[in-house]
Design a protein around this ligand. Structure first.
Ligand code: BG6
Ligand code: MG
Length: 214
């Protein structure tokens, strides 16, 4: 078996927080009178909070915003987003994701998270996965956002493994690029799979059980 570990992106792979991100950015953008839609929201996948804000502000045409004001706006979005996250529970972990995680672990694979989100510990706690993963690398321990490979390289380092024996799982094209830039094989679902960005392009994460069989 080629792989000793699987490093999962969080948003869009383990859980489905897209709509919460969308609603929170939408509310923030509305408060500034800035146009925002689901297509723009898609461009925020895998992108850090402050870099996402810059994308949202591409449509802003009012007076220049200071760095302090930008932090305030990002905080406004995050406060709204966390109200949605606070409603999440272990019931929000799909049977498919749960069964896949357990199946992979039974095979002896190490399991880790590689996410740009600073809310990763909160989300994992809400899903009942607070102490499930062997390593968690997230927005709190990186300085460069995907497509930079830093978050995945740190996850591999925490596991004590080389990228060549770790498989990255992603739903974002920027995340798949990050995996490849770090020397990882990448398995994609969702948007990134439709774009053909992965070494494996899957209909669902359950296919990881076939990929890692034998
Ligand atoms: C990524 C999401 O996982 O985390 C992005 O795909 C998000 O949409 C990024 O902007 C940062 O999230 P947070 O929770 O730190 O604001
Ligand atoms: Mg994602």
């Amino acid at each position: 078996m080629k792989y000793q570990a699987i490093i999962f992106d969080l948003d869009g792979v383990i859980c489905f927080t897209d709509e919460y991100h969308y609603l929170a950015w939408k509310q923030m953008a509305d408060s500034l009178g800035v146009y925002f839609d689901r297509e723009i929201n898609n461009r925020l996948r895998g992108v850090s909070r402050m870099a996402s804000l810059e994308i949202v502000l591409e449509r802003y045409s009012g007076p220049a915003l200071s760095d302090e004001r930008k932090v305030e706006l990002a905080t406004m979005k995050n406060d709204i987003y966390r109200e949605s996250l606070a409603q999440m529970s272990p019931a929000d972990l799909s049977d498919e994701v749960r069964d896949t995680l357990n199946g992979l672990r039974e095979r002896g694979l190490k399991l880790a998270i590689g996410s740009s989100s600073k809310n990763t510990p909160f989300i994992l706690g809400q899903l009942g996965l607070g102490s499930f993963f062997d390593a968690v690398s997230d927005g709190n321990n990186i300085t460069r956002s995907k497509p930079d490979p830093e978050v995945f390289l740190k996850a591999a380092e925490m596991l004590g493994l080389e990228p060549s024996v770790c498989l990255v799982v992603e739903d974002a094209v920027s995340g798949a690029e990050a995996g490849h830039a770090g020397g990882f094989d990448v398995a994609c679902v969702g948007d990134a799979a439709r774009a053909g960005s992965g070494d494996y392009n899957m209909q669902s994460v359950a296919e990881l059980l076939d990929i890692t069989a034998g």
